[in-house]
Design a protein around this ligand. Structure first.
Ligand code: GDP
Ligand code: MG
Length: 170
């Protein structure tokens, strides 16, 4: 089986770190899109019985700034198009903060039919672990997520659990 997985989230939330962590040494393809300052990166991970194609989706965050620029329109179109055909979306947010940009990304996912898995990243930086559960239930109420997984992309914590959740939708 073969599955397309889109990794979405506002800038700096850890998309590239997660992708590198998941793909490890097994990166087959990386590609840059010229003409834009933002790169779309794609990677393939092959396991015994499955192949995952990960796409670090650009253009999801260009909601409010420079709305009128043609390039932004194009990027938004490309991002929307990319999400139409995926089997699964991994939506990454930070461990402590829900911003307008996160909200904007979530709004872009409104019409996505594929399951959306929420990855709450950077939990290694949590000061007080007790704040995590209430936070998860708060953000978890914003959409009917297929799963909610706290992770540390940087340290690899629970990334395997996230991958298991993704694998359910191939
Ligand atoms: P992107 O813009 O969403 O692709 O985010 P990046 O993957 O480039 O990460 C942005 C910053 O957050 C970088 O400095 C990363 O090292 C850092 N970062 C990403 N994941 C984690 C994590 O799990 N824990 C910590 N402490 N930092 C992280
Ligand atoms: Mg990135």
């Amino acid at each position: 089986t073969c599955g397309f997985v889109a990794i979405v989230g506002r800038p700096n939330v850890g998309k590239s770190t997660l992708m590198n962590r998941i793909l490890g040494q097994k990166v087959s393809i990386t590609s840059r899109r010229p003409q834009t300052t933002r790169h779309q990166v794609m990677g393939i991970k092959t396991e015994d019985d499955a192949q995952f194609i990960y796409v670090d989706t650009p253009g999801m965050h260009i909601m409010s700034k420079d709305r009128n620029k043609a390039i932004n329109h194009f990027m938004n179109q490309a991002a929307t198009q990319a999400l139409r055909d995926v089997d699964c979306v991994v939506f990454i947010i930070d461990r402590t903060r829900w911003s307008d940009e996160d909200q904007a990304v979530l709004k872009r996912l409104e019409h996505v039919k594929a399951p959306v898995i929420l990855a709450v990243n950077k939990v290694d930086r949590l000061q007080d672990k007790a704040t995590l559960l209430p936070w998860l239930s708060e953000v978890g109420a914003r959409r009917d997520f297929a799963a909610i997984v706290p992770i540390s992309a940087k340290h690899g914590t629970q990334v395997d659990t996230l991958e298991e959740e993704v694998a359910k939708y191939l």
